[in-house]
Design a protein around this ligand. Structure first.
Ligand code: ADP
Ligand code: MG
Ligand code: MG
Length: 249
C-alpha cells in the first residue's frame, strides 16, 4: 500500500532522511522506533507533504500512485492522515466546525455528497462517546487550552470520522497518562482493518503494548537500519538503541 524507496530529504539544506526504504502492506500496522533526532517526524511530515521538506532522491508509491506528485490536500483526499506529535491549536474555530469542514471538503474532492447536519451530529456524538470526549469540548476552539490527552483524543476522533486509508501516528503516546493512553489506543485499534495501513512512530515501547504492530523498523540517522517482529520492541526496551546507533555510525 505504501512503498518508499531510497527516500532522501533535506530541510533547510540539511540532509535528514538518507535513502530510507519501507514497505507497508494494506491491513498491517508497522512501527517506526528510533532515538531522538533520527528523522522519525521528518518521515511523517514528508509523507504528509509539509512545505520545506525537500525530496532530493527516491520515490513514494501510495496505492499505485506517485504520492510525492500530489499537493497536501490531494494526499489527504487520497486517504493519508498524519496525526501530529504536537496537534495544532486553531483559535476561533470550534472543533466541531473544523471537523465538519474537513469531512465535507474531503467528500467534495472525492465527488461525494456532503454529510447532512443531523447525520454529522449523530456520527460525531457516537464517536465522542466511545472516546470519552464531552460534547461541550467540541464547541470550543480546536485544541486551544486542551490538555495533551484531550488533544490526542481529538486526533482519534478526527480519524474515526474521516476514515483515512492510511494513518501515520507521530508519538501519539507523548503526554498521555495510562488512562488516556488506553482510550487513544482502543480508538486506534478500532480503526484497524484489512484495507487500511498504519505507521506508528514512537520512541518508547509502551505504546506498542496497546497497539500491537506486525513489524517494527528501527530508524537511525535517516535510514531504516533493522526490521523485525513485535519482539523487537522488548529488546529495545531492555538494551536501548546503542547497538543500532553504533552499527549505523
Ligand atoms: P525525530 O522525530 O526522530 O526525533 P526529527 O525528524 O524531528 O527527529 O528531526 C531529525 C533531525 O532533523 C534532527 O537533527 C533535527 O534537529 C533536524 N531538523 C528537524 N527540523 C529541522 C529544521 N526545520 N531545520 C533544520 N534541521 C531540522
Ligand atoms: Mg523527537
Ligand atoms: Mg519526532
Amino acid at each position: 500500500m505504501l512503498n518508499i524507496e531510497n527516500l532522501t530529504v533535506s530541510v533547510d539544506d540539511k540532509t535528514i532522511l538518507k535513502g530510507l526504504n519501507l514497505n507497508v502492506p494494506a491491513g498491517e500496522v508497522h512501527a517506526i522506533m528510533g532515538p531522538n533526532g533520527a528523522g522519525k517526524s521528518t518521515l511523517g511530515y514528508t509523507l504528509a507533504g509539509r512545505p520545506n521538506y525537500e525530496v532530493t532522491q527516491g520515490a513514494v508509491d501510495f496505492n499505485g500512485e506517485d504520492l510525492l506528485e500530489k499537493d497536501v490536500h490531494e494526499r489527504a483526499a487520497a486517504g493519508l492522515y498524519l496525526s501530529f506529535q504536537y496537534p495544532l491549536e486553531i483559535p476561533g474555530v470550534p472543533a466541531m466546525t473544523f471537523i465538519r469542514t474537513a469531512l465535507n471538503a474531503q467528500r467534495k474532492l472525492r465527488g461525494e455528497e456532503e454529510m447532512s447536519a443531523p447525520e454529522f451530529l449523530k456520527t460525531i456524538r457516537d464517536v465522542a462517546k466511545t472516546l470519552k470526549i464531552d460534547m461541550d469540548m467540541l464547541k470550543r476552539p480546536l485544541n486551544v487550552g486542551f490538555s495533551g490527552g484531550e488533544k490526542k483524543r481529538m486526533e482519534v476522533l478526527q480519524m474515526a470520522l474521516l476514515q483515512p486509508k492510511f494513518l501515520i501516528l507521530d508519538e501519539t503516546d507523548s503526554g498521555l497518562d495510562i488512562d488516556a493512553l488506553k482510550v487513544v489506543s482502543d480508538g486506534v485499534n478500532a480503526l484497524r482493518s484489512d484495507d487500511r495501513g498504519m505507521l506508528v512512530i514512537t520512541h518508547y515501547q509502551r505504546l506498542l503494548d496497546h497497539i500491537k504492530p506486525d513489524r517494527i523498523h528501527i530508524l537511525v540517522d535517516g535510514r531504516i537500519v533493522h526490521s523485525g517482529g513485535p519482539e523487537l520492541a522488548l529488546e529495545l526496551e531492555a538494551h536501548g538503541y546503542d547497538r543500532y546507533v553504533n552499527e549505523a555510525a
